[in-house]
Unconditional design. Structure first.
Length: 262
């Protein structure tokens, strides 16, 4: 479950041209199916706050994500993960993010604060499985523009892909779980895909993966975002050592353009 949620939230971008009219709207709700091969293993939701939250004089969006096991997966290991963030509604830079993980016998609580005056990140993490509390850690922000997972997804949806050519490379920068990530993503143009919400033209992007023990190949992960006013994250697929994993959109409401799909 955690890997699939990372797939969905991990396509992060920086320093690319954004659409003037942002595709994300207040109150937006997205529903996802998490699958491994033919089997549904989980369900997820992505919710944007109905109203802005003010932080440092700026309008911010509060985002909450939930991921739970479903089907046979729940028999073997029950997962109930919650993620969230408070991000600038214009730049999508984060002010605060959290994770509350419950995966079988494993539990973890995490809070991250982004301070742009002192240019550092305050990272707090606590596990119910450990007797001693983990110390607070601080990380320097070398330059303003580091995204968390939520802000990164919003930014990825807001890129003006019309200004990119097939084969162009996009830089990917993010902070997640005590680490700074520096990825690259290749734009593969527009592709029609069949999804649970219909046949839709999508912008196709492929992150270049470093060698790791989870994904197979440098181009193991593919991400599709709808080529319309909503820029919906339609699908993520990943080739893994024991098969192909998917995260796909199954429903939405309160989107920028069009009617709800439930």
């Amino acid at each position: 479950m955690k890997i699939l949620m990372f797939m969905l939230l991990g396509v992060l971008t920086q320093a690319q041209p954004m659409m003037k009219e942002k595709p994300v709207s207040k109150g937006e709700v997205l529903q996802f199916r998490l699958a491994y091969g033919w089997f549904t293993i989980g369900r997820g939701s992505f919710k944007v706050s109905d109203d802005y939250v003010m932080r440092d004089g700026k309008k911010c969006l509060k985002i909450d994500v939930e991921g739970k096991t479903a089907g046979l997966a729940g028999v073997f290991s029950r997962v109930d993960d919650r993620w969230g963030a408070l991000i600038d509604s214009d730049s999508f830079l984060p002010y605060y993010s959290y994770r509350d993980l419950s995966e079988g016998d494993y539990e973890l609580e995490e809070e991250v604060y982004f301070d742009y005056d002192s240019m550092h990140i305050q990272f707090e993490q606590e596990s119910a499985n450990e007797e001693q509390p983990r110390p607070t850690r601080y990380f320097d922000i070398e330059e303003e523009g580091v995204f968390d997972m939520m802000g990164g997804l919003m930014y990825a949806r807001s890129i003006d892909y019309r200004k990119l050519n097939k084969g162009d490379t996009v830089q990917l920068d993010a902070f997640f779980d005590k680490k700074f990530y520096d990825f690259k993503m290749i734009y593969h143009g527009i592709e029609m895909i069949k999804s649970k919400v219909g046949e839709i033209n999508c912008h196709k992007v492929v992150p270049i993966m470093e060698k790791n023990s989870v994904f197979v190949g440098r181009d193991a992960v593919t991400f599709w975002v709808s080529a319309d006013a909503n820029r919906l994250p339609l699908k993520v697929s990943a080739n893994m050592k024991f098969g192909t994993a998917y995260c796909e959109l199954t429903g939405y409401k309160n989107v920028k353009s069009g009617i709800d799909f439930q």
